[in-house]
Design a protein around this ligand. Sequence first.
Ligand code: ASN
Ligand code: ZN
Ligand code: CA
Length: 331
Amino acid sequence: GIETDTGTGNTLYSGAVSLTTTPGGSGWNLTDGARGGHSTYDANNSTSTSRGTLFTDADDTWGNGSTSSRQSAAADAAYGAALTWDFYKNSFGRTGIRNDGVAAYSRVHYGSGYENAFWDDSCFCMTYGDGGSTLNPLVALDVAGHEMSHGVTSATAGLDYSGDAGGLNEATSDVMGTMVEFSANNASDPGDYYIGEKIMKDGTYLRRMDNPSADGSSVNCWSTSTKNLDPHYSSGVGNHLFYLLAEGTGTKTIGGRTHTGTTCNGTTLTGIGRSAAAAIWYRALTTYWTSTTTYPVAANGMVKAARDLYGASSTQCAATVAAWKGVNAAP
Ligand code: ASN
Ligand code: ZN
Ligand code: CA
């Protein structure tokens, strides 16, 4: 393996964190030899397909917690990649996005005023913009986990990016990105079921899983027209299902934010906890779902997954059925 050291990242969103780095050159490289050698590059504000420049540093302290250092966003990206690797490994025994031990790489400072982040299967890489008029740099934990989970979906169920499958594809990324955020247990970015809350300049969020329709575009309840929506809005059904399964109905403060779960059919639900909900989702994704899976078919696959993991007469299996009924997509 690669020789490793432990450096310090002064991130934009997660405070001071430990980063696994590699001695080399006249100091250290931002390459994580404990996680397949994941490396973080500076795209130098270009939109070319080149990797850019590997981040290096003389004292193994990366960034200063502000955008005045180009290394700060790199520290967030490296931290997000490490946590995503650890989350999949520790939760599901998955080693890397393709489960082959091979790391992706990350690029930060892509383009100028670029208000997006994306996973690209062809380069097996993660790219982050610096944001512009509405967003800050897109390197927050839930965004990192969301984007890299697109790689996992692509390597497993291969869900299409349209119709109900598109919503399931986006919801898988929101679910797993949220799980990555929870797994960090980081006081500067506590886990919640809001997506993108750290990157919005106006302090709001991109999406929320407890009540997706609160954003004005997403849907909480499945119908035969859900398939016509943009995947970032049809994801509402899957996000809502996951929240109800994990947390149940009612109002809770989680990560300092208010969450309220309400079913579409008026039932009251008790959550089974997010680890069990994520295990069921992941097993469905990797065992039962395919490129064209619709929400009702996804529900059926999740009930099978719950039965596999916990047994046909388990609380978790019954809760999975009840939660899917709660979003009007009965299995
Ligand atoms: N950031 C967006 C997403 O992951 C990129 C896209 O539109 N696919 O959903
Ligand atoms: Zn996405
Ligand atoms: Ca969040």
